[in-house]
Design a protein around this ligand. Structure first.
Ligand code: PLP
Length: 363
């Protein structure tokens, strides 16, 4: 039985504007004249035409399908789940907020690793959650989320939600299917597992993630990393049908724009695009990690599209980041006190320049 925030448990909310696609489904035929949505006139001289072409200009003019049915069907096929087990929104970030709104009452405990993707904490505080953090485990050069301790804290605090980025940002660590299933089993049935799989596409060839929808679990995916759409904001969630149906009731229904939907469909329909992008990224990541190790730096094993370097202390990483910034080169230093000794570098070809590599190695 899925578990939701108190005010949602026994209350169904109806979307006042379900859109044309739902209307066509209910009618069983096409709507040929859109006279009910107060959209703009088509203007043949739109200044967008030169930039976007006809299809995108028209997508920009019209309200999109709030349920992104075409995308849900496409992803259901791709991931081997039912269409009703998929939900699209404006990026994985928006889905993190949606998950929190779905299960948290103000004051509820939510659990995460101390220093993981900070947007989780940012949104959790905004909905009035109590954020409980569990330190990472250090294992040789790895920093890994402590699954046992995370589950213990979730149980002790009757947490509404546990957030795990897998692969993790900024550590790059990845837990395989058995560990994730064991974590789910160790959690109270009421605790939502928010499994942020933003980087999962870069784990190609490794221990595969568990298939399909898991109980009281929301799995997040994004088209920002392996599909090149970070600027358009497209992400989706996989979960049991009852969770998706409830999430759909509280989602800002038009957040995913028509442009984003058209672009997402185009990249998802291209069988070669993402696999090539993923292969090129993994190759760059490994070259970058090798080059950094060659300079005697401590590189955390990465299953993502970035590489994190661990320095002896926060002062060293800060000094190096400052020098790089003075040269117009931005690398990321995570804001959490437990992660201030790291620098996170995206696997891009510029990162392999001697200038960047040397600067990262300057002690
Ligand atoms: C772990 C994690 N989750 C989510 C996101 C954001 O994804 P999106 O661009 O789909 O909002 C990021 C972005 O870096 C991330 O590192």
């Amino acid at each position: 039985m899925p578990h939701f925030a108190r005010h949602l448990e026994h209350h169904n909310i109806h979307n006042p504007f379900p859109g044309i696609v739902k209307l066509e489904q209910a009618l069983g035929h096409r709507v040929v004249s859109r006279l009910g949505a107060n959209e703009s006139l088509p203007k043949p001289s739109s200044p967008l035409l030169a930039l976007f072409g006809d299809a995108l200009t028209e997508a920009a003019r019209l309200y999109p399908d709030p349920y992104a049915l075409a995308l849900r069907e496409r992803v259901a096929l791709l991931r081997g789940v039912e269409t009703e087990q998929v939900l699209f929104d404006a990026g994985a970030d928006s889905l993190i907020l949606l998950a929190l709104r779905l299960v948290c009452n103000a004051g509820d405990a939510v659990v995460c690793s101390a220093g993981t993707y900070p947007t989780f904490r940012y949104f959790a505080e905004g909905v009035g959650s109590r954020v409980l953090e569990v330190p990472y485990q250090q294992q040789a050069a790895q920093l890994r989320p402590d699954l046992k301790r995370l589950a213990e804290v979730a149980r002790a605090e009757r947490a509404a939600l546990l957030y795990l980025a897998n692969p993790d940002n900024p550590t790059g660590h990845y837990w395989g299917a058995d560990d994730i299933l064991a974590l789910r089993n160790a959690l109270p049935a009421r605790t939502m597992l928010l499994l942020d799989e933003a980087y999962i596409d870069f784990c190609a060839g490794e221990d595969a993630p568990p298939p399909g929808a898991l109980p009281q679990t929301l799995r997040l995916r994004t088209l920002s990393k392996a599909y090149g759409l970070a600027g358009l904001r497209v992400g989706y969630a996989l979960a049991e049908q009852a969770i998706i149906a409830k999430a759909d009731q509280i989602r800002p229904q038009y957040a995913l724009s028509g442009l984003a939907q058209l672009a997402a469909k185009t990249v998802l329909d291209d069988p070669d695009y993402a696999p090539e992008l993923i292969a090129a990224t993994i190759q760059l990541r490994e070259r970058l990690a090798d080059a950094l190790r060659h300079r005697d730096l401590t590189v955390l094993p990465s299953h993502t599209n970035f590489v994190s370097v661990a320095y002896a202390n926060p002062a060293s990483s800060e000094a190096i980041q400052r020098r790089l910034l003075a040269d117009g080169i931005a690398v990321h230093r995570p804001p959490h006190p437990a992660m201030r000794h790291l620098l996170r570098v995206t696997a891009q070809s510029q990162a392999l320049s001697a200038k960047v590599l040397d600067a990262l190695a300057e002690g």
